[in-house]
Design a protein around this ligand. Structure first.
Ligand code: ATP
Ligand code: MG
Length: 237
């Protein structure tokens, strides 16, 4: 494993709860995990899942290698030139209808991904995934179709690239389960993000409408009955 030199790191691009993403001097990025204890397994698992999704045709970042940096580990890969959907929506760079269309396209891409090998997912434990699964446990028969779930399709984990296309990042909450779980999580996260106080008034008003439109669009595209999927979706949003 290569050791990343400090001089290669140009500057920060984004920060979440467990990691920071930094631009590298060669034009790529590194996602560095914060927690020392689990840093290597976090990096290895996320690297494997991201690569699996990328190879299956999901628009995500291309990951190249795992690196060591001081007492931490990270994933080096392609830099997505663009902003998160969170920023794009807030600044009016993308409209709600267009954003929904891109989200739907991601759901469809994700649904086609075959389940990764169990060894890759072994280090994954529940959390948000459990919440999503618990919420649909009432009627599992309505949601046939297991596969790789991203687990956190929040607007902060989807980027809008310079071609105006959605690219999903951050597979840290991924799991294997009913693919409708991603719809459940996305619906709640988008509604919450749009309804935030600092958002424009029209977004706050639009939040429940967008959530409903998301449900209907998904139901139409994926053949899930809208009434049935509205039950679990409501419980998480
Ligand atoms: N490949 C990339 N190219 C450019 N910017 C990126 C890339 N990946 C992530 N980012 C930026 O960094 C931010 C944080 O990345 P990410 O969501 O992967 O980390 P995180 O939320 O800290 O992850 P975790 O949930 O594991 O704590 C993103 O919201 C985005 O702004
Ligand atoms: Mg994130």
């Amino acid at each position: 494993m290569r050791t990343l030199e400090k001089a290669e790191i140009v500057g920060p691009l984004g920060k979440g709860y467990r990691a920071g993403v930094y631009a590298l001097s060669d034009g790529r990025v590194v996602k560095l995990f914060l927690s020392r204890a689990s840093s290597l397994s976090d990096a290895t698992t996320e690297f494997g899942i991201t690569r699996h999704a990328w190879a299956a045709g999901v628009r995500t970042w291309r990951v190249d290698e795992i690196v060591a940096y001081r007492d931490r580990y990270g994933i080096v890969g392609e830099r997505i030139n663009g902003v998160t959907f969170e920023t794009a929506l807030r600044t009016g760079r993308i409209g709600l209808a267009r954003a929904l269309k891109e989200l739907l396209s991601l759901h469809l891409q994700l649904r086609r991904v075959p389940s990764p090998p169990p060894s890759l997912m072994a280090a994954r434990s529940g959390g948000r995934a459990d919440a999503a699964l618990a919420s649909i446990a009432g009627d599992p028969t309505a949601f046939a179709g297991e596969g790789l779930c991203h687990g956190d399709l929040a607007p902060s984990n989807i980027m809008l690239d310079t071609d105006g296309r959605a690219v999903v990042v951050d597979w840290s909450a991924a799991f294997v389960g009913p693919t409708v779980a991603d719809v459940v999580v996305a619906n709640g996260k988008w509604r919450k993000a749009l309804a935030r106080k600092r958002q424009r008034l029209r977004h706050r008003i639009a939040a429940p409408i967008v959530a409903f439109a998301h449900r209907v669009l998904v139901a139409r595209q994926m053949g899930w009955p809208p009434l049935k999927i509205s039950l679990p979706l409501r419980s998480l949003s």
